[in-house]
Design a protein around this ligand. Structure first.
Ligand code: 13P
Ligand code: SF4
Length: 312
């Protein structure tokens, strides 16, 4: 962008941020933003975080309104955990393709074929799927959750890559659904090897939503928060990052002197980028779109999320 256009954009963002601050006060609202959101959205958030931290914040807040800047299942989880709050999202088209890869009929059929299995569901799923679930997990607590489950057989939905990673930490039999994250699954061994050759002093940090053969190359494997913490605390000065590029905002904030190379320019979740500051203003002004979960679904889904929050 030219200097003038950049200046104009910065001025526009300043005005939008002021309006957001004013509306937040009027509505007694908080803004929760996932680490994959655009930088300017992360800048106005009361809490930035991964799926786990944001679910915790939603469950704990005293605010009347939660503006959830992430994708649809995250807003839904917030509403399920905080049923008396109004949960609004900047754009209801921000979905998660992985969450849509599993449906209730398919899951029920699998359950009937494995009647002794417990269902562990990644939080990247719909409320209806969570309602058919024994316990949810996020990438931050997946191993602990699996180890906490009192069953020898586990039905795991929907992420096959995270399922493969977690299965290395348990002797339980895992029946793994064939879903995946379109964004993380794009990263190949070739991409990583090329980056490693270009940056021989860098460590490779990788999210377990990536393919197993890519995860295997990781110097560190973890959820978005775990990656951020590792890079901050590590003595290493240079990293190749195998997760969504929005994570760069927090990585650079925490460690301005370190260098972060994203493993490919394709590690961008288009769904996460649908939100922008204008839409945050609009949803606070109109209080739309609101998340609604039918009470009978929410009640069952809440149990699976609350069980997850209790795992230590
Ligand atoms: P975490 O927030 O658990 O790191 O998961 C990444 C993700 O893909 C969220 O949609
Ligand atoms: Fe879904 Fe992947 Fe985007 Fe996360 S990064 S919202 S899992 S598509």
């Amino acid at each position: 962008m030219e200097a003038l256009a950049l200046e104009r954009k910065a001025e526009q963002n300043r005005e939008l941020k002021e309006r957001i601050a004013q509306l937040k006060k009027e509505r007694n609202a908080i803004i929760l933003a996932h680490y994959y959101q655009r930088d300017e959205i992360q800048e106005v958030a009361d809490f930035r975080g991964d799926s786990f931290l944001l679910a915790q914040k939603a469950a704990q807040t005293d605010a009347d309104v939660i503006v959830f800047c992430g994708v649809h299942f995250m807003g839904e989880s917030a509403k399920i955990l905080a049923p008396n709050k109004t949960v609004i999202i900047p754009d209801e088209r921000a979905g998660c393709p992985m969450a849509d890869m599993v449906n209730v009929e398919g899951l029920k059929a699998l359950k009937s074929r494995h009647p002794n299995a417990k269902v562990v569901t990644y939080i990247n799923s719909s409320a209806e799927i969570k309602a058919e679930t024994d316990i949810c997990c996020t990438s931050a607590n997946a191993v602990k959750v699996i180890q906490s489950v009192d069953a020898d057989e586990i039905i795991w939905v929907p992420d096959k890559n995270l399922g493969d990673y977690v299965s290395k930490f348990t002797d339980k039999k895992m029946i793994i659904w064939e879903g995946y994250c379109n964004t993380h699954d794009m990263l190949t061994v070739k991409d990583v090897m090329e980056m490693k050759a270009q940056h021989p002093n860098a460590q490779f940090v990788v999210h377990p939503e990536c393919r197993p053969e890519v995860v295997k190359l990781g110097d560190f494997v973890g959820s978005t928060t775990a990656i951020i913490k590792y890079c901050k605390e590590s003595d290493c000065q240079e990293f190749i990052v195998g997760t969504e590029d929005g994570t760069g905002f927090q990585l650079r904030k925490d460690s301005p002197d370190k260098t972060f190379h994203f493993a490919t320019k394709f590690l961008v979740c288009p769904n996460m980028k649908v939100n922008n500051l204008k839409k945050v203003v609009k949803c606070l002004e109109t209080m739309q779109p609101q998340i609604y979960v039918p009470p009978q679904v929410a009640e069952k889904a809440r149990l699976s999320l609350e069980r997850m929050l209790q795992v230590k």
